[in-house]
Design a protein. Structure first.
Length: 557
């Protein structure tokens, strides 16, 4: 029998103020100088681009304890400050990082890894980027992680980050914050967040080797290129292995992280290159709050969520989650904003609760199996229902099969639309409900293959929305209750398929004033109805119920 060694990983920064590694030391390649006054490191010199807008620094080590500060001194013309760390050790930053003299953006590059402690504080007027890339691209060349850095030739803004080899991890334990007009970017081989991230746009990306990620300016999000045609040839810094990075620089706090046979895990799921993990802190403190106008979280492999989940607290933009492998978590993924937000996943999604508070929800992927999705309302821990002014749309698209095993609800004063589509088979195993006090949204279920409905599908409001169920090449099987219910006006119900349609439970459209149309149509198959199909109101039955006469059908009621 194989023995599995499991060791809890501690998450508290342990850099001593007296150690050499706790200091900021230049490597003399770019003329960087350090003026140290007690616990303050004033960073001066460096190499200026010919354009006069970019300032480049190079360090042998870059570390800060909780009582230390690093100040990048600039002049008013500087737009971007870039600092690389070439010594081969990760940067352990538990103090203050500032930029003075300008509104410049700050880029910190260390391929070995970067850890931000609980006491980290950013005082950066522009955007802040921490990356473990092997190089940063400009229009006229590259700022390499190692070797000669021809900063004088590099004008304009950075446009891309290359990950030529396995990159180090980025771990955040504290609060990283920039102002609401700036970007906060964490771009590494692996990214673990146990703290709070705040900025106008927050971008998180975990990148595998031989890939390049492109990054725009404020209000623009990441774009991942499939592969990099360029391989850095100036040398390589070996990324510190994740277990060594965590145990060597961190201690007690993240109870969900363990090492098993030398592999770091979030609960039972390994964390590696290409993964983004949101980890709970000690005492049940959530490890994934992002306060932002818009956010992008991109994992080339897995996106992992701790027990308390992720809270996206946004005010206007979109929230994008993208992973090429699994999006999973014991907790929920929350996207909260005032006028709508999006949750996107180009992945296989299974068993996660997903919630948006009043915003739009969009999930896309390969094969999806979803337990609970809600938009427009959500349950508190005490079970109290919280209502919002306007519910957003829910859109779920699977390139293969889509299985809904739990409640999908979109409830508020004005409910949005619910749209589910599948490139193969669509199965509804529980309730789908668009409910509102005033106007309900429409419910649309579409599949290339068969559609199987075993639960309730309901659009309910003062004026109810329409329910449309369509199979492009397959059959429709209704084993659950299909109803559009309006206090005043009912919506229409339409079932359309190429092959057989079987209705084994009630399909009806009720309106206090007027019922809607109920239409069942098969292009080539049989129609079998063994329960009620009706349209009615308080004034009487049947505005119109139709079974397309081109199809062969059997009515059993």
């Amino acid at each position: 029998m194989r023995t599995i060694l499991s060791v809890s990983i501690a998450i508290t920064l342990t850099i001593s103020a007296g150690s050499v590694n706790s200091q900021i030391i230049p490597d003399n390649s770019l003329g960087t100088t350090i003026d140290r006054i007690e616990n303050t490191f004033e960073i001066q010199g460096g190499e200026l681009s010919d354009s006069g807008t970019n300032l480049f620094h190079s360090f042998e080590s870059f570390n800060l304890t909780a009582d230390q500060a690093a100040i990048f001194s600039t002049t008013s013309d500087i737009q971007n400050v870039l600092g690389r760390v070439t010594g081969g050790d990760p940067s352990l930053i538990d103090g203050q990082i500032s930029v003075t003299g300008s509104d410049a953006n700050l880029f910190l590059l260390n391929p070995a890894g970067i850890v931000f402690g609980e006491n980290v504080w950013l005082d950066v007027p522009g955007s802040f980027t921490a990356t473990t890339a092997s190089g940063i691209q400009f229009e006229d060349g590259w700022f390499e992680a190692l070797g000669r850095a021809n900063g004088a030739e590099l004008a304009g803004d950075p446009v891309a980050f290359e990950f030529a080899t396995t990159a180090g991890a980025i771990v955040n334990l504290g609060q990283l914050s920039v102002n609401e007009t700036a970007n906060l970017n964490l771009l590494g081989g692996t990214v673990i967040n146990q703290g709070q991230l705040q900025g106008g746009v927050v971008n998180i990306a975990a990148i595998e080797p031989r890939h390049t990620i492109q990054l725009g300016l404020v209000d623009q999000v990441l774009r991942l290129e499939v592969a990099s045609d360029r391989i850095t040839s100036v040398g390589e810094i070996t990324a510190i292995a994740l277990p060594e990075l965590l145990t060597g620089s961190l201690a007690a706090g993240a109870t969900e992280l363990t090492t098993v046979n030398g592999v770091v895990q979030l609960r039972t799921t390994p964390i590696g290159v290409g993964d983004v993990a949101f980890v709970d802190g000690s005492n049940g403190v959530p490890g994934g709050e992002i306060v932002t106008e818009a956010a992008t979280v991109s994992a080339m492999d897995d996106l992992l969520v701790g027990t308390s989940g992720i809270l996206f607290n946004t005010t206007g933009g979109s929230v994008t989650l993208a992973a090429d492998a699994d999006l999973s978590g014991a907790g929920s993924l929350f996207a909260q904003r005032s006028d709508g937000s999006e949750l996107l996943s180009d992945t296989d999604l299974e068993g996660s609760g997903i919630s948006t508070r009043g915003g739009n929800l969009q999930v896309s992927g390969h094969t999806l199996g979803i337990d609970v999705i809600s938009s427009g309302s959500y349950e508190t821990d005490a079970g109290e229902r919280v209502r919002v002014a306007n519910g957003g749309d829910i859109t779920i698209a699977a390139r293969d099969n889509l299985t809904i095993g739990g409640l999908i609800t979109n409830a508020s004063e004005q409910a949005g639309n619910i749209t589910l589509s599948s490139g193969d088979r669509l199965r509804i195993g529980a309730a789908i409900q668009a409910a509102a006090d005033d106007n309900a949204g429409n419910v649309t279920l579409t599949a290339v293959g068969d559609v199987v409905v075993e639960g309730l599908v309901n659009a309910q409001a003062a004026d109810a929305g329409d329910i449309t169920i369509r199979s492009e090449t397959g059959a429709i099987q209704i084993g659950g209750f299909i109803q559009t219910f309006g206090v005043d006006q009912a919506g229409d119900v339409a079932l359309t398929a190429v092959r057989d349609i079987t209705v084994g439970d009630s399909v009806d459209s009720y309106g206090g004033q007027t019922g809607g149309d109920v239409t069942i149509e098969s292009a080539t198959g049989n129609i079998a109805i063994t329960s009620y199909v009706s349209s009615y109101s308080d004034r009487g039955y049947c505005r119109r119920c139709g079974v397309n006469r081109r199809a062969r059908y059997h009515c059993g009621w």
